[in-house]
Unconditional design. Structure first.
Lengths: 266, 464
């Protein structure tokens, strides 16, 4: 986790809020550093994490996690982390018919499927063990990323249904958190993605939006992060609080600064 | 030991192959060096494969793309286990050349090749590969480049150089040179002995599927399914994923897929606006990447993206690939007559570089890259006024400067040049606006305000 980002969000692993949906989105840049941040944040907060990693392999997150101070292999071994590696499972489910429904069962179907098997996987992963001896604080679902599901043929409505079910189970029933990443296609017309993004934006409590600079690539400022706090259940007469920072990603951390205050310029 | 393409037996044993493959824990993403606790693979095994080297940034194993200039732009080379997607230029001239460089590099390094095409027999593709310039020839093309300048003084040098050459390479086996990345002569064909000494597999779509076969609807186009099964079979049979107990493989599999997404593959993404409603191509890419991540292989795919009308689809494909490079040739376009581009054959756009095992990646600072193809050299250069290249170092951002009229290659007067320079310097600030004040005679001041629009150095000007 990045200490500077914790300061901006005003949280620490000890006193994070529960029952929240956090939406991460990126436009014209790579927002995966936010995923690494939340993964290490919740592992340090001693939560039970279910990570649906659809876009990269386990060792990628493991190596970056070690730079941020968490060991994913050990977390997986002691049961704190349940890791669904999308790429590896896709090969399994594609080449061989499975007896019981596989979380990525939709890859075998010709027409648009639904994400019920994936939801059942998440629910089984996060349901509290009866013995209760493990002592994890609260469950967290992390998905990287949802736009891949759209590319693979699922409709925006199916993905929204999946998130709805996950929120009902994880956020409301189990008092945990859900963090998802969605790519914003920007000026490219992608209806399904826009539906998904708008739908999730209305449901989220916290939106972190990583954008590339309007002027293009710059070596010292990698992008701009917009943080938006929302209260979806309450009336909209209260204004949502929003902050904008620019950031630069380094080898082991990310530094944030106000717009135009990059150390390279000052 | 001529090898014939092993096209047969593609679907046999696929089911059992998967069961054992899923149990293996091979991943090509390895940290070289001291054993990190928790990694469950033997560390040093991967370092000693010919034609690979670890990345300086994260120890990731890299292979050369066949173009040293492109290797540099991609941060050292192509990572093993990843996909390099080439967006084809309009007439598929330079993209097929890059495709051939990749395969030729595999032959020179002794890697195994897998060539898949729907319109050309893989055996023919291999015949047309460019000839590698081996160590004794490198001096010759160096001379070619500099020869035209001082021919007289060079003659004496030529003789001296030849005496210093290493003994001629007689062996027919692929040159086991420890050099990473070789140069190729695009005008010569690769020697037949090299092809025969190499191991390759071909997948020619018309041979694999018969048009009269009744196919029940399934999740992917029939051609894609066959190709995936073929690739998966080769990976298992030859032990590239480490799961086959009989085969201990210490080599790289180079996969090349040509014109993926074209109608010849049975895909309609290039034909209609709402093509690929079955998401065949994206599913294919996803499963392919899953296969690559768990094996010692690297894949190059060329795709005619200029035919795809659905731009959102290209964004999906980009997100599902690792490295994406776009080629734009000047043939037939208005840029052919643009004096700025007169030395170049086209532009090359590095659209995406993956961040593997890392938060950052090695992006090059320069986004305006042009390429030119000479007989023995494919160079990629920053397309800029040479003069400006020096300016960038002289004028760091954050200051105001008094510019005097100087010589410019544009020869259009100082205003255009100065505006260009200002926009160029403004890029480092992260702000889109810049202001230019020109002191004219009689005390008049010309104020030009501009706003940067995008990644290239074009900018729009507002009136005074």
């Amino acid at each position: 986790m990045f200490p500077e980002l914790n300061n901006l969000l005003n949280t620490t692993p000890d006193r994070a809020e529960q029952g929240k949906l956090t939406l991460l989105c990126d436009a014209k840049t790579d927002g995966s550093f936010l995923v690494h941040h939340f993964l290490s944040f919740y592992l340090k907060a001693n939560c039970k994490v279910c990570f649906v990693a659809l876009i990269q392999s386990f060792s990628h997150y493991n190596i970056v996690g070690q730079k941020l101070g968490v060991n994913l292999t050990m977390a997986r071994e002691r049961g704190q982390l349940v890791f669904l590696e999308g790429l590896k499972s896709a090969v399994d489910v594609f080449f061989q018919a499975q007896e019981k429904p596989h979380p990525l069962q939709f890859l075998r179907e010709a027409s648009a499927g639904n994400l019920k098997p994936l939801f059942e996987f998440v629910r089984d992963a996060l349901k509290p063990v009866d013995s209760g001896a493990a002592g994890w604080t609260y469950p967290v679902l992390l998905v990287d990323d949802l736009s891949v599901l759209l590319s693979l043929g699922l409709g925006a409505v199916a993905v929204l249904d999946f998130i709805h079910y996950c929120r009902a189970t994880v956020c409301w029933e189990l008092k945990g958190n859900v963090v998802v990443l969605v790519h914003d296609s920007g000026d490219v017309e992608d209806e399904e993605n826009d539906i998904l993004l708008n739908g999730l934006s209305h449901q989220s409590h916290l939106i972190l939006r990583a954008e590339g600079l309007a002027t293009g690539f710059c070596r010292d400022v990698h992008g701009q992060l917009r943080i938006l706090w929302r209260r979806p259940s309450q009336s909209t007469s209260q204004r949502d609080q929003s902050l904008t920072y620019q950031y630069k990603i380094q080898d082991r951390s990310v530094s944030f600064f106000a717009k135009g205050m990059s150390p390279a310029v000052l | 030991m001529a090898t014939v393409a092993t096209c047969g037996g593609d679907a046999v044993g696929v089911g059992s192959a998967v069961a054992t493959a899923s149990k293996s824990n091979v991943t090509s993403f390895q940290r070289r060096g001291p054993r990190v606790s928790g990694t469950n693979d033997s560390g040093p095994r991967l370092v000693s494969i010919t034609g690979t080297r670890p990345s300086v940034r994260n120890g990731q194993l890299l292979v050369s793309t066949g173009l040293p200039a492109l290797d540099q732009l991609l941060g050292g080379g192509l990572a093993v286990g990843t996909v390099l997607l080439i967006e084809e230029d309009k007439y598929n001239i330079y993209s097929s050349l890059l495709f051939k460089y990749f395969l030729a590099e595999g032959i020179v390094n002794g890697h195994t090749l897998l060539v898949a095409s729907a319109n050309e027999d893989p055996a023919n593709i291999l015949q047309e590969l460019p000839a590698p310039l081996l160590d004794n020839c490198k001096k010759e093309f160096d001379e070619d480049v500099y020869n035209h300048k001082t021919p007289e003084s060079n003659i004496k040098m030529k003789i001296a150089w030849r005496y210093q050459l290493l003994p001629k390479m007689e062996q027919i086996r692929p040159v086991s040179s420890s050099r990473f990345g070789h140069y190729y002569d695009a005008s010569k064909r690769i020697p037949q002995e090299l092809i025969e000494a190499s191991k390759w597999h071909g997948f020619f779509l018309p041979e694999k599927i018969s048009p009269t076969l009744k196919v029940e609807p399934c999740s992917l186009t029939h051609g894609y399914i066959k190709l995936l099964q073929f690739i998966q079979n080769i990976i298992y049979e030859e032990g590239f994923d480490g799961s086959n107990p009989q085969k201990k493989q210490k080599n790289i599999l180079r996969i090349g897929i040509q014109n993926l997404g074209s109608p010849l593959w049975g895909d309609d993404i290039c034909c209609t606006e709402n093509g690929d409603s079955g998401h065949n191509l994206t599913k294919f890419l996803y499963v392919l990447r899953g296969l690559l991540r768990t094996s010692l292989s690297a894949c190059i795919i060329t795709m005619p993206t200029h035919l795809i009308q659905n731009k959102a689809f290209i964004a999906h494909v980009t997100n599902l690939s690792d490295t994406v490079v776009g080629l734009e040739s000047f043939i037939g376009s208005e840029r052919e007559t643009n004096p700025l581009y007169k030395d170049y054959h086209g532009l090359i756009h590095i659209r995406q570089i993956p961040r593997l095992n890392n938060l950052v990646c090695d992006e090059s600072d320069v986004k305006d890259l042009g390429f030119k193809l000479k007989r023995k050299l494919f160079t990629i250069e920053w397309v800029q006024d040479n003069y400006l290249r020096q300016e960038r170092n002289i004028y760091p951002p954050g200051f105001s400067y008094l510019l005097k009229q100087k010589d410019s290659a544009w020869g259009e007067g100082s205003l255009q040049h100065s505006t260009f320079l200002m926009s160029f310097l403004a890029k480092g600030m992260g702000f889109p606006f810049f202001q230019l004040k020109l002191l004219l005679k009689d005390g008049f001041v010309l104020i030009k305000k501009g706003m940067l629009r995008d990644d290239s150095l074009r900018c729009s000007h507002s009136a005074i």
